[in-house]
Ligand binder design. Structure first.
Ligand SMILES: [Fe+2]
Length: 377
């Protein structure tokens, strides 16, 4: 199926063609302590060490650890000096996503096409080289302080990017079966969803897959709205959330209050075996949102026949939803930072291309329970 999609993408003469994207290249987090963050993601999430940059490689002001699990690359960067952009970012927002990097064949053209359509430049196209070859990088701003960096790496053979050396610590954890970034969700401020939907449509050539209004995503107390934007070949999916009026403070508002601005709310990572992945993550201390046990009394009436044992799903807290094309299994972690900001979704798609609409209500009630404990509802 994939080659057909690619061919279609390459031959389509539509406005979408101005920004072909091969996939997510990496996600970079600015954090308070990159060394300890790297250890957490190695140990708890099963990421493998890939590359390193810091004092030993000639940097004076920052340190970065690069981790990998199949196609997912995470970079954890922290400041070595008090007043750098990275340090200020970590102080203002807590640990969070700074860069959503996109893998492209032409980083110059990506920058030219998007800035010509109104994107604000983060940095102009530049070539970076080392003994392993060269890459072309360019960057644009998106919501909040988040940026997209376009990465053109066809002439590069090194472990990550120029300036990084291979990182081979003795300590290794086993992976947990995470395979690729399925989607990444942005939380934006009141009334800003359509502005950012328009940005991804007009500036980046994405189209809208689906829209949820506050009637779809609400409980008795809280509500939010969401639109899902996707690039031409469907490999990049960015749902954009904004808060909606409810009786109490919604999870998006809580995020905005603690993050201080718009930003990435969750990264959904795909697995081919969610039972194995979630069992491993739980054993390693990852905490998940739990829905009431009664969810499993009725879920099969809603989604029909599935391959998995319902008791195994119940034991692990995995949720199920179905659309016209199949079903999906998903589960959400609690926030993994001190602040109630970034969290993760683990998802296994069995045909379904949607996002688990049937689980929204149960999930948001579970989140409200957590907010209640935090005193932020
Ligand atoms: Fe999601």
């Amino acid at each position: 199926m994939k080659p057909i999609t690619m061919e279609k993408q390459n031959t389509m003469n539509t406005p979408q063609d101005f920004l072909p994207i091969n996939g997510t290249d990496y996600v970079e987090f600015y954090v308070g302590n990159a060394k300890q963050a790297a250890f957490y993601y190695q140990t708890a999430f099963g990421f493998q060490p890939l590359a390193y940059a810091g004092l030993e490689t000639g940097l004076k002001d920052r340190t970065s650890y690069v981790l990998v699990q199949d196609k997912i690359r995470f970079v954890f960067t922290s400041s070595l000096v008090p007043d750098s952009e990275i340090g200020v970012h970590a102080m203002k927002h807590g640990d969070g996503v700074k860069v959503v990097a996109l893998w492209v064949d032409d980083a110059r053209k990506s920058w030219e096409e998007t800035t010509a359509r109104g994107a604000v430049s983060y940095f102009e196209p530049r070539v970076e080289k080392d003994n392993n070859g060269e890459v072309v990088l360019s960057g644009i701003h998106t919501y909040g302080e988040t940026v997209h960096i376009f990465v053109e790496r066809k002439n590069y053979k090194g472990p990550f990017l120029p300036g990084f050396v291979a990182w081979n610590p003795e300590y290794r954890s086993t992976d947990v079966g995470l395979r690729y970034v399925d989607h990444m969700v942005g939380n934006v401020g009141w009334g800003q969803m359509n502005q950012w939907v328009d940005f991804y449509a007009r500036v980046m050539g994405f189209s809208q897959l689906v829209s949820f209004d506050d009637k779809d995503i609400s409980t008795e107390y809280t509500a939010l709205m969401s639109k899902v934007m996707s690039n031409g070949n469907g490999r990049i999916k960015f749902p954009i959330n904004e808060p909606a009026e409810g009786k109490k403070r919604s999870q998006v508002e809580e995020y905005l209050d603690f993050y201080g601005t718009s930003g990435v709310q969750h990264v959904a990572m795909a697995t081919d075996n969610i039972l194995h992945t979630v069992r491993e993550l739980r054993n390693r201390g990852i905490e998940f949102l739990t829905v009431p046990g009664s969810y499993y009394d009725t879920v099969l009436n809603r989604v029909g026949k599935i391959d998995e044992e319902i008791l195994a799903l119940k034991e692990l807290g995995i949720l199920v939803d179905r659309d016209d094309e199949g079903y999906l299994l998903q589960i959400f972690t609690k926030p993994v930072e001190d602040r109630p900001t970034v969290f993760y979704e683990i998802i296994q798609r069995k045909g379904a291309k949607s996002f688990g609409k049937g689980n929204f209500k149960a999930l948001f009630e579970a989140i409200e329970l957590e907010q209640g404990r935090r005193g932020t509802l």
